[in-house]
Design a protein around this ligand. Structure first.
Ligand code: SF4
Length: 695
């Protein structure tokens, strides 16, 4: 209940990584009234268009309400036995690495924890990856390389204290709107400067002082230039540098990069460097434009290098801030939902960490090598190495790069299970077994947002039909595969307590993620849990990391890494002369499973489109609203032309939301090459090459 004692229930928005608190009240007609929670630290009552329209999306029109096998409704016992038997048989015949889970940042932490425990502890493979691989994997890799752990040093409050906010590859105004509102409010009050670094002029530029429209993929060259200028200006923080190593090599490497590859003029670059160096309190926010790149990890480290060199890390108003795309991308990272991580920021490659997790779970074994990352996982499905696949709350037949190939691979997989709230997705249509799950507002658990704040999602609506929460479905399969003792959970609070206790072991190994202070929460304490920023341990509560060093490499020092610019993997050529950038629109979410249910949201940009520069449109004879075909080496799409100088000549932009269900000719990820960052495995979704022709 909210503080006023009325019927509202506090919960968390299920869309982006801002993690806004919401107050939910039944509207008496099966729906919900949704307001921003004034007491939640992420949003303090604010909501964006998507969050405000949540109440319009809880109808049951498209819900999957009963398990299905081969399109026929079955009871839960039949469905769960089938899943458990087919996975067990496949493992017995072909080994644990012949099966895989592909999960989602939409899962609650408790769901994620059980999925990870089942795969890594009991099935004995690390073949569990998540759609967060498409979202934040480069940041995870960059954080680990620099800090020794995947730690977000700062907090959202830094946005109120910063004098300069730099947005790199982030259309914050559309993709994390409430954070953008927080920055704009400060700008109004105190004149906070805003710089946007993005090849495209986005809505975030409307409130900005400077827009650097750099060439796609050239961020490393820009931040290397900044590092060199920091040194030249005498702005290195020598005291803080005692907490780091590697500056000299990084500077040498940075000096070799030619900033001309950014396409920016020298005066613009000089002005940006002057502003960044001359402003003590700088927050650099980065998102998918940085991460979704074949050099994403290096981009992240190029940004972190500048903050480390100036000691602008973890201090009020100062630091790098990665903003996650999904509501629980952070929770997934914390429970080890990526195929190369263990739970609680413990390392798969570390024998002591593996042994501790194995003992804690009383598991038969924990794999000693990473599993398949998303792109490789679906390649392995395609070539027959993966013979049983469980996809949970994500739509890879639309959202993976080279989506047509992924769709065909799933269709050919001998056994595919899909857990979702609807059967009306491209991926669900390919499932052998469909498992109906509880939706947002029907289930209980926790999520972690981009500044490490753990918040509760709470059930207020009854679970319709035969739907069940994901943790329960996963645990049931674990029990039926023979591991009842490990998976006999009765409630999400039991799972949360176990997870918090495991984090205490991570804390004893000196890891950053420690919420052992919550391991004794009872049902009431869990029910009432207020938003809480981790760590939560006997020695540490919330706050920022690294203001005084204390990094997680063995020597306690951060790494300033030498990085150098690399061009995107795909090169334009006469056959494919345009660079295709993909991204979100303001009012749609992922593959529109939920947001398309709101007429208000769908009215914003009602049909798939591609932005083309006027100069290119003229050369191709394309007029406003003409239908055009985009061809890439991977696939094809038909879209409505929007002629705008928001994109640069030679570049086009198309949203990634539409699906085979909503617009079969506009599955944009069918055009995106399955090229990945060699360190993070994150696909390059922002720089494919295409041909554009008028239909
Ligand atoms: Fe939801 Fe993100 Fe909007 Fe907040 S900013 S209401 S979390 S979509």
């Amino acid at each position: 209940m909210d503080g006023a004692g009325c019927e509202a229930v506090r919960s968390t928005c299920p869309y982006c990584g801002v993690g806004c608190g919401v107050l939910l009240t039944p509207d008496g007609a099966g729906g919900l009234d949704v307001r921003g929670d004034p007491d939640h630290p992420a949003n303090r009552g604010r909501l964006c268009s998507k969050g405000s329209a949540l109440g319009e999306t809880v109808g049951l029109g498209q819900r999957l309400l009963a398990p299905q096998i081969g399109g026929q409704e079955v009871d839960w016992d039949t469905a769960l036995d089938t899943v458990a038997e087919r996975f067990s048989e496949t493992i017995a015949r072909h080994g644990p690495d012949s099966v895989a889970f592909y999960v989602s940042g939409q899962l609650l932490t408790e769901d994620y924890y059980v999925a990870n425990k089942l795969m890594k502890g009991f099935i004995g493979s690390a073949n569990i990856d998540t759609n967060s691989r498409l979202c934040m994997a480069s940041t995870v890799a960059g954080h680990k390389r620099a800090f020794g752990t995947d730690t977000v040093p700062g907090t959202y409050e830094d946005l109120e204290e910063a004098d300069l906010v730099v947005l790199v590859g982030s259309n914050l105004a559309w993709c994390h709107p409430v954070l953008y509102q927080r920055v704009l409010a400060e700008r109004k009050k105190r004149g906070t400067k805003i710089v946007v670094i993005d090849p495209r002029r986005t809505a975030s530029c409307d409130g900005a002082d400077m827009h650097l429209a750099l060439q796609p993929g050239s961020d490393v060259a820009l931040f290397n230039r900044l590092l060199v200028e920091i040194d030249r200006a005498g702005a290195l923080d020598h005291s803080y540098l005692t907490h780091t190593q590697g500056l000299e090599a990084a500077l040498e490497q940075a000096a070799l990069d030619d900033d001309a590859v950014t396409g920016l003029d020298a005066a613009q670059i000089a002005e940006f460097c002057r502003l960044w160096i001359g402003t003590e309190k700088v927050v650099t926010i980065f998102s998918q434009g940085v991460n979704q790149s074949s050099s994403g990890s290096d981009k992240v480290n190029a940004i972190l290098n500048c903050h480390l060199a100036t000691g602008r890390v973890g201090k009020p108003g100062s630091g790098p801030l990665s903003v996650t795309g999904q509501p629980n991308a952070m929770g997934g990272r914390e429970v080890g939902g990526l195929s190369n991580m263990l739970a609680c920021h413990l390392d798969l490659e570390n024998a002591d960490h593996r042994a501790a997790v194995r003992d804690f779970w009383a598991a038969p074994f924990v794999p000693d090598r990473p599993g398949l990352k998303a792109v490789d996982m679906f390649r392995a499905v395609g070539n027959g190495r993966i013979k049983a696949l469980w996809i949970i709350h994500t739509n890879p037949a639309v959202s993976m790069p080279d989506a047509d190939a992924v769709r065909d691979a799933i269709a050919a997989c001998p056994f595919t299970v899909v857990s979702d709230i609807t059967a009306a997705t491209d991926t669900a249509r390919l499932a052998d077994v469909l498992l109906p799950t509880s939706a947002w507002a029907e289930k209980d658990g926790t999520v972690t947002n981009s500044d490490r704040t753990i918040s509760r999602q709470r059930a207020i609506l009854p679970a319709p039909g035969a739907t069940r929460p994901d943790w329960e479905i996963l645990a049931e399969v674990g029990c039926r595969m023979g591991w009842r003792e490990a998976f006999d959970y009765q409630s999400p609070v039991e799972i949360f307590r176990e997870y918090a206790a495991l984090s205490g072991i991570a804390g004893r190994f000196g890891r950053d993620f420690d919420i052992s202070g919550l391991q004794d929460l009872g049902a009431e304490g869990y029910a009432a849990l207020a938003p809480t920023r981790w760590p939560v341990s006997a020695s540490r509560q919330g706050g920022r990391f690294f203001a005084e060093g204390g990094f997680y490499h063995a020597d306690g020092k951060a790494r300033i890494l030498p990085v150098s610019w690399r061009a995107p993997a795909a090169r334009t050529a006469p056959r494919y002369p345009f660079v295709l950038n993909t991204g979100r629109t303001r009012d749609q979410w992922h593959t529109m499973t939920r947001t398309a249910l709101s007429p208000r949201l769908s009215a914003h940009l009602a049909e798939p489109f591609v932005e083309i520069h006027p100069q290119d449109a003229r050369a191709l004879g394309i007029g406003p609203a003409d239908l055009v075909t985009l061809d890439s080496p991977q696939g094809k799409a038909i879209l409505r032309a929007r002629i705008t100088d928001a994109v640069q000549p030679g570049q086009v932009f198309a949203p990634m939301h539409w699906t085979g269900e909503t617009a079969p000719s506009a599955r944009i990820d069918a055009l995106v090459a399955a090229v990945t960052d060699p360190v993070s495995g994150q696909p390059e979704s922002k720089a494919s090459v295409v041909r554009v022709t008028r239909l």
